[in-house]
Design a protein around this ligand. Structure first.
Ligand code: SF4
Ligand code: SF4
Length: 278
């Protein structure tokens, strides 16, 4: 079964995945397992890379994960292909796919399956793609071959904590860019200081694992979906000209146009005043 699954994943350009027994995973949402009718068996952890050359642009003014299209649609399409094929070939077994709302502690599980180390920035650091991966899982009641290791941690260099602006601005910059409604004066100053209209990648950017992966070129995703219509630098003109169906494919659409529009307007006003981004 694992060879069959590997073949489909590789056909979809996914090359960073591994299985482990479900009993070795920490279950965080048991109701999701019950709903899938899978309480024992295996979890296959998928680390889906998304970093493209556009994400490396020094002009980028939004999180790398928001440069291309939303990963939800990628996982939906993947599971729509994968699950029927598995069910047809192995009718005696159950299968379920998860992305986003996982029933297990996925970073810990990914590390135990040997896919990477757990970073101080709270992310999984893979060898090839650093932390620029989306995690998803395929669960099955079937046993699968696995290698199990103790969770491993990064070298604790502290660079991610040093650069994190949270203490300075009193909130996570990523959360601030996604906050609905009007921002107060201090929030506007913080937004303008860091110049991001959506998200924050600072702790990922400075990580030596990322630096190494960029230097070696291994960081770039082989998945064509993430290379489509990349917009590394968003502005009001691009946003306003974006058709609704195109906008809905973007990660920033979940907060509606008003939120990202407000951020862009605040950044543009700053540029018009001749100030420079920090
Ligand atoms: S996303 Fe940015 S502000 Fe938020 S914790 Fe990471 S580095 Fe800090
Ligand atoms: S920046 Fe350093 S401490 Fe932070 S996750 Fe990377 S290796 Fe770990």
């Amino acid at each position: 079964m694992f060879a069959f699954l590997s073949e489909i994943l590789q056909k979809n350009h996914i090359d960073c995945f591994a299985a482990l027994p479900l009993s070795a995973c920490r279950v965080t949402k048991p109701y999701l397992l019950e709903r899938a009718g899978i309480t024992s068996g295996s979890a296959v952890i998928l680390a889906v890379p998304y970093f493209t050359p556009a994400c490396a642009s020094p002009e980028r003014n939004l999180s790398a994960y928001a440069v291309g299209y939303n990963y939800h649609a990628f996982f939906d399409a993947l599971f729509e292909e994968l699950l029927p094929l598995l069910k047809e070939r192995y009718p005696e077994h159950r299968f379920a796919g998860f992305a986003d709302h996982s029933p297990i502690a996925e970073i810990e599980a990914a590390s135990r399956a040997g896919l990477g180390v757990i970073g101080k920035n709270g992310l999984l650091l893979t060898e090839r793609y650093s932390s620029y991966v989306f995690l998803g899982e395929l669960l099955t009641d079937a046993p699968l071959p696995y290698i199990l290791v103790e969770p491993r941690f990064c070298e604790s260099c502290g660079l991610c904590q040093k650069i994190c602006p949270m203490e300075k601005i009193g909130t996570c910059l990523s959360a601030l860019t996604q906050k609905k409604g009007a921002l107060d004066e201090a929030e506007i100053v913080a937004l303008r200081r860091y110049g991001s209209c959506w998200g924050c990648d600072l702790c990922q950017q400075v990580c030596p694992h990322t630096v190494r992966a960029i230097q070696s070129g291994s960081i770039y995703t082989p998945i064509p979906y993430f290379h489509e219509n990349n917009i590394p630098r968003l502005n009001l003109a691009i946003l306003d000209a974006m058709e609704e169906d195109e906008f809905q494919k973007r990660a920033y659409s979940w907060r509606k146009r008003e939120t990202i529009r407000r951020n862009l307007l605040l950044l543009q006003e700053k540029d018009e005043k001749g100030e420079h981004h920090a």
